[in-house]
Design a protein around this ligand. Structure first.
Ligand code: F6P
Length: 546
């Protein structure tokens, strides 16, 4: 299936040529009910998508496109455990991990809910014993520090959630995330820690990831400078699908928390990969996160496409990427504790939809996933917003705005919110030449000086954004937000007819790194590479101190 050939896509191509010069500013002036028509609520979460380059006609054409690719059917296929990850012949069931209704979810004739519930129970018991002090370190001291060793999906999601749940952190418990194989990451984390009170969670779906295993081995060596081999069991637990490799590493499989091949790495924070979250913020709060994810799942599965938040966000993305030619999408949370939210979204989206081949293995002739990036507001305003306002590229922005802070004593929230709203208003409205002229005249400019400055102060405007507004960043809300973006990615993958759940594109680099490693470590003849790589290897050998 090639979406660009279907009539609904072609109709959007024609519609785009009519609409590309329509100004949102004028639309707002003419349409008093624009906000009402272009917003959706799911529980306490509001999506205001009125500041987009769309009309009612655009939205109905986009929804028709979603219908034409059988979106509702695909959603159901995912939820019911069909092997929609066709290149790995796997189901895609992160939604089952947060299936709080506990209705059966079948994979190959087996209901996976009992498996999921058993691991949740194991996590709960483990967290209780660590928090109560029943589980003690090798010198009978309470665990105070959790170090998660993992990378990609086994790091970014849980790290982002732990940051965001800082107000819910259990007293006396700290959490650290080590991902990079650069020794700086592990060394600087261990520097501050006491092996007697540190618990390592080695998190790797495959338990073959070079970076994670290298860091885990070095962490164990660090631990063994203080403790003995038999003490390792009290300080190392694992999360994985691969019991054999966990045992081979020396972790007691009784202390292993299982995940399954139908949980994609970047979708795994809801599984035992979320163990550091539960250890840090408590199992209750982890379950509240699952509840939020489940609420969004229900919305996604039951709401009509035109009132379905992930569907609408996904379609708007397609509108900009495939019709306006946007290459990137900024996600800007106006909440400092969501600093790592864009990083998690980056892996989620780019590893899922960074594809050039369709489900049937044919090379694509249209664009797929955008570059996802962002940092918290207001910091971004003083860094890259210049380009979003006046640069030559169209960069849609998602503003993520909690109304209330967890730190209300400092009366900063109104300023933060005012800035977030001001950015989206400025992007939409811009500032035209007459307005700039009026301002400059008021400021006392005239003549050549005024004419010279004027064009630089014009803002083109008509730049799209979504606003996601909610009362407060609770665990439930965080769950809703992450699930919203997961489903948005799936919606876009479905429109583009790609498999959003494999990631073959990361394999080549891994293979080549393995081949280059001996050339870096040894002094013999360098294996055959391209001349640039060979030259760089030789230079590295010369420059290395040991
Ligand atoms: O290299 C990409 C990747 O496979 C991601 O998809 C995954 O999240 C990450 O590596 C870590 O993998 P693992 O959990 O198996 O160590």
């Amino acid at each position: 299936m090639t979406p660009i050939n279907i009539p609904e896509w072609q109709s959007l191509v024609r519609h785009y040529s009519d609409l590309k010069y329509v100004s949102m500013r004028e639309q707002f002036a003419l349409e008093s009910d624009r906000v009402h028509d272009f917003s959706i609520k799911s529980g306490d979460l509001l999506l205001d998508y009125s500041k987009n380059r769309v009309t009612r006609e655009t939205m109905s054409k986009l929804v028709a496109l979603a219908e034409s690719v059988d979106m509702t059917d695909w959603i159901e296929r995912m939820f019911t455990g069909e092997a929609i990850n066709n290149t790995e012949n796997r189901a895609v069931l992160h939604t089952a991990l947060r299936n709080r209704g506990n209705s059966p979810v079948m994979v190959d004739g087996e209901d996976v809910m009992p498996l999921i519930n058993a691991v949740l129970k194991q996590m709960k018991d483990f967290c209780n014993s660590v928090h109560s002090g029943q589980w003690l370190g090798f010198t009978d001291k309470k665990i105070t520090d959790i170090v998660n060793i993992g990378i990609g999906g086994s790091d970014l999601g849980p790290a982002m959630i732990c940051d965001a749940l800082e107000p819910y952190g259990i007293d006396g418990m700290s959490v650290h995330f080590v991902s990079n194989v650069d020794g700086t990451d592990l060394s600087t984390s261990l520097e501050k820690l006491n092996p007697e009170t540190t618990l390592f969670v080695v998190a790797s779906k495959t338990f073959t990831t070079q970076e994670t295993l290298t860091n885990a081995e070095s962490a164990r060596a660090w631990f063994l400078k203080a403790g003995a081999q038999q003490d390792v069991a009290k300080h190392f637990v694992a999360v994985s699908t691969n019991a054999e490799a966990v045992a081979a590493f020396g972790i007691d499989t009784a202390n292993m928390f299982e995940i399954w091949d139908w949980v994609g790495g970047r979708y795994s924070l809801w599984s035992a990969i979320g163990l550091p979250i539960a250890l840090y913020a408590g199992m209750d709060n982890f379950e509240r996160l699952l509840d939020g994810g489940h609420e969004m799942d229900n919305h996604f599965r039951t709401q009509p496409l035109a009132e379905n938040m992930p569907v609408i966000m996904g379609l708007l993305g397609v509108w900009y990427i495939n019709f306006f030619g946007s290459a990137t999408q900024a996600i800007v949370p106006y909440d400092h504790s969501l600093a790592r939210f864009p990083n998690h979204m980056q892996q989620l989206d780019m590893e899922s939809n960074g594809k050039v081949t369709n489900r049937e293995g044919q090379r694509l002739s249209y664009k797929t996933g955008p570059v996802i990036w962002g940092t918290p507001g207001t910091n971004g305003q003083h860094a890259y917003f210049q380009l979003i306002h006046q640069g030559t590229q169209l960069i849609p922005v998602d503003f993520v705005l909690p109304v209330n802070s967890h730190y209300p004593d400092l009366d900063h929230q109104s300023i933060l919110l005012a800035n977030g709203l001001a950015q989206s208003e400025a992007l939409m409205k811009g500032k035209n030449a007459e307005e700039v002229r009026e301002e400059l005249v008021k400021e006392g400019y005239e003549g050549k000086e005024l004419e010279g400055l004027l064009p630089h102060k014009v803002f083109p405007g008509n730049r799209p954004s979504n606003t996601l507004l909610f009362p407060k960043l609770t665990p439930e809300m965080l769950g809703q937000l992450v699930a919203l973006y997961e489903h948005k990615v799936f919606v876009q993958g479905t429109i583009w007819n790609i498999n959003s759940f494999d990631q073959w594109g990361v394999e080549l680099g891994k293979q080549l790194a393995k081949a280059i490693l001996p050339d870096i470590q040894n002094s013999g003849k360098v294996a055959v590479h391209d001349s640039s790589t060979t030259n760089l290897i030789k230079l590295i050998r010369e420059l290395r101190l040991k």
